[in-house]
Ligand binder design. Structure first.
Ligand code: ATP
Length: 248
């Protein structure tokens, strides 16, 4: 079926430090209500693509020198990140980035800052996050810096949920996590997608797990999309099996 496109990346080039061309014309579409995966090896340009969308490149001396990024048809690549949050897009960065000295619950509440509704709604949204992540409820008074890598990833996603986003850009959710936790995190992403209708664009090196949970995938190599298609087709593709799934 055809779905409304929320995010449209059209032929973008990204240059770091005025000279290093890292994205060489990347295009992709993120449909409303879907889980779209951005795949590829180390250094392929996945993180750079997410940062180009969320306007987080500036702080790293990167800039979009060509092409466009549109959200609901509106140009966003010169928007500041806070503006994009107000439009409904939030990025969960690689490496999780919790506030280590705050408790788990305080971290979650920081996700609420862009919203104007009152405390009652904030508390009910917090309970909703805890329903998805019971482990965070158990650990709500712990200092985030002392929780495990998996719990910190949950905090990062939970904090994003507190902003009630329409779309979450999720960078390497599996990074550094044991296989069982990776399954758990992806399972929650799937639930959020199905039950809350959250749209996801996720960057992931773990092709295997990403293609099991995503609906559609784009494979990046050296700053270019080399293949894209429905996840089920990519899983069966001979090249994908050989180069990315580690089984020929
Ligand atoms: P990873 O999984 O390692 O994050 P990736 O696919 O997300 O890989 P990027 O992080 O987007 O890849 O990096 C793409 C290329 O851009 C790499 O060659 C990297 O060295 C380079 N790069 C990334 N950030 C910068 C920067 N701030 N300045 C210069 N080059 C950068």
């Amino acid at each position: 079926q055809t779905r409304e496109t929320l995010l449209e990346v059209n032929n973008i080039e990204v240059v770091y430090n005025h000279v290093i061309l890292v994205l060489k014309g990347v295009s992709l579409n993120v449909p409303k209500g879907g889980i779209t995966a951005l795949l590829g090896g180390n250094g392929a340009g996945k993180t750079t693509t997410l940062k180009a969308i969320s306007a987080l490149l500036q702080s790293e001396r990167g800039e979009v020198t060509k092409g466009s990024v549109k959200y609901r048809g509106e140009d966003v690549h010169h928007a500041d990140p806070a503006d994009l949050v107000r439009k409904g897009v939030i990025q969960v960065m690689e490496g999780r980035h919790c506030f280590e000295h705050l408790t788990v619950e305080e971290n979650l509440l920081t996700g609420y800052y862009t919203r104007k509704s009152g405390k009652a709604e904030m508390m009910s949204d917090l309970e909703k996050v805890y329903a998805y992540f019971p482990r965070l409820k158990e650990r709500r008074r712990s200092q985030a810096g002392y929780t495990s890598g998996g719990e910190q990833q949950m905090v990062a996603i939970g904090r994003a949920m507190m902003a009630k986003p329409e779309t979450i850009l999720l960078d390497e959710p599996s990074m550094g996590l044991a296989p069982q936790l990776v399954e758990e995190i992806f399972g929650i992403v799937k639930d959020l997608n199905e039950r809350e209708g959250v749209t996801f664009l996720l960057a992931e090196q773990n092709t295997n797990v990403a293609l099991r949970f995503a609906h559609y995938g784009y494979i990046l190599e050296s700053g270019r999309v080399v293949m894209d298609g429905p996840a089920a087709d990519l899983r069966e593709n001979q090249d994908v099996k050989e180069f990315y799934l580690g089984m020929s």
